[in-house]
Design a protein around this ligand. Sequence first.
Ligand SMILES: [Fe+2]
Ligand SMILES: [Fe+2]
Length: 275
Amino acid sequence: MAKDVTALIEADHREVEKLFDQLKSGNGDRAGLAQEVGRILLAHSKAEEALVYPVAAKDAGEKQEIKHSEKEHQQAEQLIHQLQQADPDDTEFDQLVDQLVDAVSHHVQEEEFEVLPAMRESLGKGRLADLGTQFSDRRKRELDKLEATAHETEIRMGGKTSKSVQYAQAIKLVEDKPERPGRSLVTTNHDVIRRWVEARGGQPATVPGTEHGDHLGVLRVDFPDYGGKDLRHVSWEEWFDTFDKRRLNFLYQEQRSDGSTSNFFRLENPEREQG
Ligand SMILES: [Fe+2]
Ligand SMILES: [Fe+2]
């Protein structure tokens, strides 16, 4: 028989705590650990929100508690994104680890002392087992998705990472929204970049004469009315190929602080001093 969903959730919590201990010890590949614990937490939370929380709210009478839990998931998610971008040698990294550990421990306690017992009391064994199967499937799917996008959407860090990139909000998925108008954003996600450019009527372009061998030279975006007559239009494939090979970040804005559409963007190379 499949495992009770509450046992699966608790097993995840223990796994996360183990990874937290490793992160706090300061040894090993801390950047890698931060990615791993982030992915597990996100997949776990998404599966809870999709399958477990609705049942807990409806059938176990935990409506208020679940609302509160979902808010805590959002807070944890923000901390995870910040942590995954932070430099492990920086004190900010340790601060974020502490904040995340505190937030998650508190959340886990509430789940284990409030939500899960209520579910065990109100749902039959069969239902808990069914939910368990659904939970593991969903969690696995979310993990696969996160792992697949991880390498394409990681913000690139290096010795010359600019302050602007460090302070920008990382946009990893098309669904990610700016925290507020005027917020500087950074991404490497091709879909995010392409949508942003196309929404502004722009086209991928390069400056002729700056090519290196068969690679494109300086990458530009040709916006209408920006006097880009000296630019050569290229395909998105070529543009992204160069963007990835040079390990660039796309630093940009959706809106200015006053809410109007912003065309601001800059390409940042984390290995090179910016001009
Ligand atoms: Fe949980
Ligand atoms: Fe949770």
